[in-house]
Structure formats: C-alpha cells, structure tokens
Design a protein around this ligand. Structure first.
Ligand code: AMP
Ligand code: MG
Length: 283
C-alpha cells in the first residue's frame, strides 16, 4: 500500500456522508454549510487527490454498470441559485465515458409539458439500463419554486410529496437507484457568489436579475427544501445534504456517495459467450 492510498483512506474516513437518516426530525438550520466533517482546511490538497481516486472508482464501476446492462442510477442535484450544481456535475463526472452518462437540466416547463402531469417530463429522462442520468434540477422543483412562487395552489402541491415517493419507489422497484443531493450554501456565501458574477466579466453571462428576486425568498426556499427532505427521504431514494460553502469538500462528498452507491449496486460484467478460448480470429 502506498502513502497515497493511506492518505486517501484517512481523508475518506473523516468525511461525513451527510445522508439524512432521521428525516422526521430533520432541520435544515442544523446543517452547517461550512462543515468539513472531521477534516480541516489543511486537508484541502489531500482531499483534491482523494477526489481523483473517487473519480476512478466511479469510472470503473460505470463501465461495469454499462456492460451489465441491468440496473441504472439516477442522481438528483438540487440547490439554491449559485449553489454549485453545474460545477459539481462538471468536477465529479470529469473523465467518465460520456456514452454512459446523460445530464438533463430542467428549466421552466414548456406549454406541452404543462399540458401533462408534472412528472411526465422527468420520467422520459430517467436512465436506461446500464446508464447514469444526472438531473440538474428535477421533479423537486414542483414542490420548491412552484410552492414558493405560488404557481399552483397548496391543494395541488401538497399531495406531491407522496406522489414523488411513489414515483421514486416505482423507479427503485424497476432497477433504477435514486440518489439525491441538496448542495447547502449559506445566504452569505450566495451573496459572495452573486457578487463574483457581477465583478468578473467571464461570469456576467451567469448573472440574472431574477436571481435577486429568488434571493428575496431565501427563507421560503429553505422551508420548502426542508419539507422536501423531511417528506421524501426514503430507503429507496435517500437525500444527502452536502455542506457546499467549500467546493473541494462538496465535490468529494458527492463523488464518494456516488461511488459508494455504484459499489453497493455491485454491477457485474456479463459472462463471456461460451468457449471464447476455442475461437480463432481468421486472417
Ligand atoms: P437555471 O437552472 O439557473 O438555468 O434556471 C432554471 C429556471 O427554471 C429556474 O429559475 C427554475 O426555478 C425554473 N424551473 C425549473 N423547473 C421548474 C418548474 N417545474 N416550474 C417552474 N419553474 C421551474
Ligand atoms: Mg440560475
């Protein structure tokens, strides 16, 4: 065993999993967005190396999942604006075979989508056997923005938690694992990240005045996230509330959770066709 792998184990052992296991008592206010688990700022360089190891685990397991062609994985990524959904996806999935992963970003629903039940547009993009799908925003928007901005009445959004649990159970019972991340940043951190978008010309394109309007609803969003996590943390589809103020910690927690989930799925290469050793490739 090299020093590197010892260092990796040391880092991973001191990360939190941040998986919600007692959802009924869950309080978002108790989750510190600055948490580094049992790590410290001095562990940043070692954590970046550990991320490379976790990425390799994901890469190897993804190849098995694809070859097995039996199960699939759906990763749900939710956060407030500037929470880091895009950069987490970019940094955690770097180096993965693009043929085995699909990323779907959900924006405001189209007219056609609104003419169907709210889950219709999401269900079409759940992963095929052997595949990993990432939802950048997801069906949870229909109990988040839809609730906060009062796009439908409470009588419409409040039954959705149970419908979402049923939907995720349906997926799980049919071979799709569901893993959900809430990237948890603080209100101060959001302010800094929005300010960066104003200050840095390369980030101007990311700034939308509408984000300030969303920020004004910060407390309502926190409540809506807390309810979604309380009501929709199931064995079939757990939530991880990831401390996300420090990007290096966030990336490592997410990568490790994905790698561990794939490992638990235990994908196997299919058996070779019979008697490969008797085959002679013709000249
Ligand atoms: P972004 O991900 O920053 O490009 O923004 C996408 C926008 O689409 C956000 O303002 C979301 O709140 C909005 N959005 C996503 N899903 C829904 C939905 N189901 N209903 C209404 N708005 C949504
Ligand atoms: Mg945005």
């Amino acid at each position: 065993m090299t020093d590197n792998s010892l260092d990796h184990e040391r880092i991973i052992a001191r990360l939190g999993t941040h998986r919600i296991i007692a959802p009924k008592r869950f309080r978002l206010a108790d989750c510190d967005p600055d948490s580094l688990g049992d790590l410290t700022r001095e562990d940043k360089a070692a954590a970046k190396d550990a991320l490379k190891v976790e990425r390799k685990r994901i890469r190897d397991l993804q190849e098995r999942l694809y070859a097995e062609h039996g199960q699939s994985l759906l990763v749900v990524m939710q956060a407030t604006d500037t929470g880091g959904k895009d950069s987490t996806i970019r940094r955690v999935l770097k180096g993965i075979n693009p043929q085995g992963v699909k990323v779907w970003s959900f924006k405001r629903p189209s007219e056609e989508e609104l003419d169907h039940d709210y889950l219709w547009r999401y269900h079409q993009h759940t992963p095929r056997r052997g595949m990993i799908s990432i939802f950048n925003r997801s069906h949870y928007e229909d109990v988040l923005v839809v609730r906060v901005k009062k796009l439908v009445p409470k009588s419409v959004w409040s039954p959705r938690y149970e419908q979402i649990n049923d939907f995720e159970r349906l997926l799980a019972d049919n071979g799709t694992r569901v893993l959900k991340f809430f990237l948890n940043i603080s209100k101060e951190e959001q302010k800094e990240r929005l300010q960066d978008r104003l200050d840095e010309p390369d980030k101007h394109w990311k700034f939308h005045a509408a984000d300030l309007e969303e920020r004004a609803h910060w407390d309502d969003y926190q409540r809506a996230f807390q309810d979604a996590i309380r009501k929709c943390s199931t064995d079939a589809a757990p939530w991880c509330v990831v401390p996300a103020n420090r990007k290096w910690y966030r990336d490592l927690v997410v990568a490790r959770a994905i790698a561990d989930t794939l490992e638990a799925m235990n994908p196997q290469f299919p058996p070779p066709e019979a008697m490969l050793d008797e085959i002679v490739i013709p000249d």
